[in-house]
Design a protein around this ligand. Structure first.
Ligand SMILES: Cc1ncc(COP(=O)(O)O)c(C=O)c1O
Length: 323
């Protein structure tokens, strides 16, 4: 297998912890958590693992500026802004939405990290990245586009190596459950499970897309990731396990299920999950446990992908504290 150049950013391995109180409260299987909310870069999260490989590539290309895109409360953008600073680079973020009167939570952190923000009211998935790249070249910069969500094969490689890391932590899991969206996390995990022979079932709880779409792009991405890593394997859509029953009121809309999940994780384990991604995945996990989807003897790993800064966005705060 090839060794890919890496720019070290993350505190690895991230801790692996049991969740005895939550397991007991739900009366379900043994639940554990993998703490990628603690990857260590500006409040952590899953994008840090991807950025280690993307940043190494940007440096090899001689770039001086990272450009990426996301939603107004994008965790990916916050971590990219911090990664750019660690590498002495400028960062331009293309954020979907209107410029808020008072930047809060992740947007506040983006500004604190010195990122330049371009607001695009109707788009949050990088539709304007090529235009922004040309403009930055015109003013003399050498830009590098970090793909939406960091979800190219290079970014996904970070999660293939995360599976190897989990294997070294020597606890065997029957299931890995987590939030899936742009697919780099899941594509990387599926690639890693194949490359390092780890046979847990890898179940993405979709945050914002139909299951068949996620299966389609994640299977392709997983294949390209194994190829990049020097041991090409092709995956079928049915190799990608996705549940889209928890899309609720749509992207970033916190409903009763997410709210209950955030409160249960906080009250039983002192763990902070977020209203957009990990709270939705946690709500899915809780519902699946209650429905008896898992065998009582299963060991189930909730892979915490970060996102907790969004808890400080005002709209969510008031709602989370109300009864
Ligand atoms: C906290 C959090 N969890 C999960 C995800 C989804 O990861 P991916 O885009 O790799 O599917 C994101 C993506 O933005 C995220 O910010």
């Amino acid at each position: 297998m090839k060794t890919l150049p890496r720019f070290p950013l993350a505190h690895l391995p991230t801790p692996l912890e049991p969740m005895p109180s939550l397991s007991k409260a739900l009366g379900g299987p043994e639940l554990w958590v993998k703490r990628d909310d603690q990857t260590g870069l500006a409040f952590g999260g899953n994008k840090t693992r991807k950025l280690e490989y993307l940043l190494a590539d940007a440096q090899a290309e001689g770039a001086d500026t990272l450009i990426t895109a996301g939603a107004i409360q994008s965790n990916h953008c916050r971590q990219t802004a911090a990664a750019a600073r660690r590498a002495g680079m400028h960062c331009i973020l293309v954020l979907g939405g209107d410029e808020p009167e008072r930047p809060e939570a992740n947007t506040y952190l983006d500004l604190l990290l010195g990122a330049e923000i371009i607001w695009t009211p109707a788009e949050r998935r990088g539709e304007q990245l090529e235009r922004v790249m040309s403009e930055s070249k015109e003013v003399g910069r050498s830009p590098y586009i970090v793909p939406y969500g960091g979800s190219s094969r290079l970014g996904a490689a970070g999660y293939a190596y995360a599976i190897q890391e989990l294997q070294h932590q020597k606890t065997d899991f029957d299931w890995i459950v987590f939030a899936t969206s742009s697919g780099g996390t899941q594509g990387g995990m599926i690639a890693g499970a194949e490359l390092f022979t780890y046979d847990a079932r890898i179940l993405g709880i979709s945050v914002d897309e139909a299951a068949e779409d996620v299966q389609d792009y994640v299977s392709g991405l997983a294949g390209r990731t194994t190829e990049l890593m020097g041991a090409a394997h092709s995956f079928k859509t049915e190799d990608v396990l996705v549940n889209d029953d928890y899309l609720g009121g749509g992207y970033a809309v916190m409903g009763a299920a997410e709210k209950e999940a955030i409160q249960l994780f906080a009250h039983h384990e002192g763990l902070l999950v977020d209203p957009v991604y990990t709270g939705r995945a946690a709500a899915g996990l809780i519902d699946l446990v209650r429905k008896g989807f898992f065998d009582k003897k299963d060991k189930v790993l909730f892979w915490h992908t970060g996102g907790s800064p969004a808890l400080f966005a005002e709209g969510y705060q008031a709602d989370l504290l109300s009864t």
